[in-house]
Design a protein around this ligand. Structure first.
Ligand code: HEC
Length: 252
């Protein structure tokens, strides 16, 4: 074998090993209590804010939602919009603005769009704590790896959503979302429409995103809706009025 051929072979093998290693990425976030001693309280505070935003950052909320209502268990589990590994994959191109966005900006988008709150100062202690939390729970995830549990792939379906049919699906979701979408906090869902719900706008306020969320994660802990049911129930939820966004993200 010529020397260049050998190099090529070695390179090909190395690439295959690298690909294999990536597909074997295992979900194993470290314990918060194992964070470096001098950062442990900061990491814990970040977790607390994401997990119980109303309790730990009462002046940062704008409706009834906490981050954990969509990122269950503060994103520490796989079966949710997980946050484990996010620090390894940001900054990344945001599909809406088609520009790279960093994690502080992304986090503020969630504060504005979903908690109907003001964006946090990016150099303040609350944002720093949240970023430290992401950083710690991303330990072991290679930078810019393809992390299989992150993201929310859109649902592909020809079905035209029917809100009327969705009301029947919704009736099976009781008691968590409440008969009138008012929710059942603290143990059940947050308000799904009306006062205290996430505001109208891009993201969860759009049928495709809400459908994907419902299909993957609802009912919580036992997601079993068909794509048709998910499309219909998302249309039903979004057919109700919801608050306007108080702090609209500016140009990024
Ligand atoms: C109503 C549901 C909802 C709430 C509440 C919510 N988020 Fe999100 N979050 C989403 C959705 C949906 C996405 C996917 C991207 C998007 O919306 O553009 C996301 C994406 C993210 C991402 C990027 C994840 C990735 O894999 O790219 C971070 C980080 C994040 N949210 C943090 C937060 C924090 C912190 C809070 C609390 C202030 C919060 N979110 C509240 C729905 C929510």
């Amino acid at each position: 074998m010529r020397k260049t051929d050998t190099y090529l072979l070695v390179a090909a093998l190395a690439a295959m090993v690298a690909m294999g290693a990536q597909s074997q990425l295992t979900f194993s976030p470290p314990k918060l209590s194992d964070a470096p001693e001098d950062m442990r309280d900061v990491v814990q505070r970040g977790y607390n804010i994401v997990h119980e935003t109303h309790k730990y950052a009462p002046d940062r909320v704008g409706n009834k939602l906490d981050c954990t209502n969509c990122h269950f268990d503060a994103g520490m589990i796989k079966d949710t919009l997980s946050l484990v590994g996010v620090a390894a994959v940001f900054p990344k191109i945001n599909p809406v603005v088609k520009k790279p966005v960093d994690l502080a900006t992304m986090t503020n988008l969630c504060f504005m769009r979903y908690l109907n709150a003001k964006p946090l100062p990016t150099d303040g202690s609350d944002m720093t704590a949240i970023l430290a939390y992401y950083q710690w729970i991303s330990k072991g995830v290679p930078v810019y790896a393809k992390v299989p549990w992150l993201g929310l792939a859109p649902i592909k379906s020809e079905h035209k959503p029917e809100a009327q049919a969705g009301s029947k699906v919704f009736a099976q979701c009781m008691p968590c979302p409440g008969q009138n979408g008012q929710g059942l906090l603290p143990s059940g869902a947050p308000p799904l429409w009306g006062e205290g719900a996430f505001p109208a706008g891009p993201g969860m306020g759009q049928e495709n995103v809400l459908t994907a969320f419902v299909h993957r994660f609802m009912p919580k802990g036992n997601a079993d809706l068909t794509t048709t049911q998910a499309l219909d129930v998302a249309a039903f939820v979004l057919s109700h009025p919801r608050p306007q966004m108080e702090h609209v993200p500016g140009k990024m």
